[in-house]
Design a protein around this ligand. Structure first.
Ligand code: GLN
Length: 459
């Protein structure tokens, strides 16, 4: 049963919201101690909300499109009465005093929040190993990292602990763990979803998006959280398609991707391990068998993507962390944070001080334009760019990586954030039992084309 079918079953009384919640509580009780996907769980709250929804349904009252659907929320999105720590000691005592816009919308549609997902500290990582609450274990490849930074969200979906997890993606944090855990994750066009209530990592790159086990989980979430927010100035004020309808209609078609042009990029293949490329190529063949036309394109700037991304990230993160000065709701970040967060603050501070000469940040912004312009040019000719999500398999927990080795995981995902385009990762297949993701990227506001391809791919 996919998430939409489940939502319908709950509305029709074939399944109760309480049964759905109780099933998940059972799995969480059993698996969370070893997986560590949730760092806070509020069973009572979820049970009460489920009972309320079931009562409304049995009374014939109208309920929202997410009625009874169970969510995990990344620990950097404000949810009232939960600890919103961003998995950092710095914020271990910070209790969310309000709901982020996305949370308000989920609640308004009767979605049920069961808990808060583990993540890399302040979303600065690709492995969930930097969490103050301990590493998260990959349910699809036990003993390996989940990827990150939304590792808890992806793991909670892979382990069957909730229907939808909400993550954030600054340079791949939704797509990378989705790839490593064998689930589906979607980073919307920059501005499609409100960031109000998200703790910034790098505000010109951050987007909130869903992780789920099937496309209807992604689309039900998107239909709920996407759209203009008067409280957030970067949100787009455009009419939106109904993503769920698109996903459902695609499933009824014979050659659902007929007329769609997709591109592989030579340089993306070159930076990726051979075994991963083999699996990804098979997935691309499947898209072709569904009607898509495949071409090959070149991208000139693969070598500058990581330096550009990390430089912007350091500077914006440094500025975002100035409010954690120990006076209000947090302890002084430099005194309580972990190694990677401190590295970013120190380098970000240094770059900001040097910036009067325009040496670094200004150059990074120029490089960002080059990347964005070329990606957009490529997407003039094709509907989707398809390829691997992460160039390497997830490492075994406990393996020591240098910062540059860790950053290298992100080379294929940071591009979408630098360009502001939508991108998703779905499971392409496996290498020696370890999941491998297929990444799909489209033009700004062509999010629906990605949804169409994912829906077709699932057939
Ligand atoms: N791994 C990247 C980083 O460390 C991306 C993080 C993210 O998308 N939040 O910055």
């Amino acid at each position: 049963m996919n998430v939409l079918e489940k939502a319908n079953a709950i509305k029709n009384g074939e399944l109760t919201a309480l049964e759905n919640v109780n099933n998940y509580i059972k799995v969480i009780d059993e698996k969370n101690p070893s997986i560590n996907a949730f760092i806070e769980i509020n069973k009572e709250n979820a049970i009460n909300k489920a009972k309320e929804i079931d009562e409304k349904i049995s009374n014939g009252e109208e309920v929202g499109q997410l009625a009874g659907i169970v969510f995990g929320i990344k620990a950097n999105i404000n949810v009232e009465d939960y600890t919103i720590s961003a998995a950092s000691k710095t914020l271990e005592d910070y209790i969310g005093s309000y709901d982020a816009t996305v949370i308000k919308r989920i609640k308004a549609e009767d979605g049920i929040i069961i808990g808060i997902n583990n993540m890399d500290e302040f979303a600065a990582g690709s492995s969930t190993e930097t969490s103050y609450y301990g590493v998260c274990n990959n349910p699809a490849a036990p003993g390996r990292i989940t990827g990150g930074s939304s590792g808890g969200g992806a793991a909670s979906i892979a382990a069957g602990m909730c229907d939808i997890a909400l993550g954030s993606d600054t340079g791949g944090s939704i797509r990378n763990p989705s790839s490593h855990c064998g689930v589906e994750g979607f980073k919307p066009t920059y501005g499609l979803v409100s960031r109000q209530g998200l703790l910034d990592l790098s505000m010109s790159l951050d987007q909130i998006g869903p992780i789920s086990g099937d496309v209807t989980g992604l689309t039900l979430a998107l239909d709920t959280i996407a759209g203009y927010d008067p409280e957030e100035c970067t949100t787009l004020n455009n009419e939106l398609p109904n993503f769920t309808e698109i996903a459902v209609n695609t499933k009824g078609m014979e050659l659902p991707l007929k007329g769609m042009k997709i591109a592989k990029v030579k340089e993306f293949t070159e930076v990726t391990d051979d075994k991963i490329n083999e699996v990804v190529d098979k997935a691309i063949d499947k898209l072709v068998s569904l009607g898509a036309e495949l071409v090959e394109l070149n991208f000139d700037y693969i070598d500058i993507c990581l330096p550009t991304y990390y430089l912007i990230n350091y500077v914006e993160f440094f500025s975002a962390t100035r409010k954690y000065d120990g006076r209000e709701y947090a302890s002084r970040i430099e005194e309580t944070c972990g190694e990677e967060v401190l590295r970013r603050i120190e380098i970000g501070s240094y770059i900001s001080q040097q910036e009067y000469s325009g040496k670094f940040y200004k150059k990074a912004l120029q490089a960002r334009s080059l990347i964005r312009n070329q990606i957009n040019e490529m997407l003039e000719d094709v509907d989707l760019i398809v390829g691997p999500t992460v160039p390497k398999l997830p490492h075994k927990i406990g393996t020591k990586l240098e910062p540059m080795e860790m950053y290298a995981y992100d080379v294929l995902t940071v591009i979408a954030n630098l360009a502001g385009i939508p991108a998703a990762s779905i499971k392409a297949g496996e290498v020696e039992g370890i999941p491998v993701g297929l990444q799909l990227q489209a033009k700004p506001e062509d999010d629906e084309k990605i949804i169409q391809a994912i829906s077709a791919f699932e057939l």
